[in-house]
Write a protein that binds this ligand. Structure first.
Ligand SMILES: [Zn+2]
Length: 169
């Protein structure tokens, strides 16, 4: 068993005055902190519709012993339930790391309108990093992809997590 490492990052307090991309990514960042405090790889996701948050989740792969329990997958299921429609065309996903191919595929299948992610993943990213599932030539849905909101903060958290984890083993 690996020793758990206390999360050295604090949650942020997003200003309620301007509910733009930064606001929602800050909420996703806070979900990543929640993941870390539960010993999970710190990835957080938020789905917004207009100015409203319809889903908010963090990675739970270890807690649930479920390789599909990524933050984005949990958030997409929650959002579909909350909206009452499996089609999420009017929704935007904010996630602290580029979605893997499974989650990128789910953003296509759920017809998410926009995906915003903070940190690129050249090894396993499914939205431009390693492969581009949002640009499949014959796909009937292509989510719009935006990157780099809060990139530095989210990258710092992920790097610190893996560094400390390596030290503790
Ligand atoms: Zn994933």
């Amino acid at each position: 068993m690996k020793k758990s490492i206390e999360c050295p990052f604090q949650k942020v307090f997003p200003s309620q005055l301007e509910k733009g991309d930064l606001f929602f990514m800050q909420l996703a960042y806070n979900e990543a902190v929640n993941a870390w405090t539960r010993d999970e790889v710190p990835v957080g996701a938020v789905i917004a519709m207009g100015e409203e948050v319809v889903a908010s989740a963090f990675n739970q792969t270890r807690t649930q012993s479920d390789p599909s329990a990524h933050a984005e997958m949990i958030a997409i299921t929650m959002a579909a339930k909350s909206v009452g429609d499996w089609r999420l065309n009017d929704c935007r996903l904010y996630v602290t790391k580029e979605p893997c191919p499974m989650c990128a595929g789910a953003t296509v299948m759920s017809r998410l309108g926009e995906v915003h992610f903070a940190v690129d993943d050249p090894k396993m990213g499914g939205l431009g990093g390693a492969t581009s599932l949002h640009e499949l030539p014959f796909s009937n849905h292509k989510p719009k992809v935006f990157r780099q909101t809060m990139e530095l903060e989210c990258r710092e958290m992920l790097q610190a997590f893996f560094k400390l984890q390596r030290k503790s083993t």
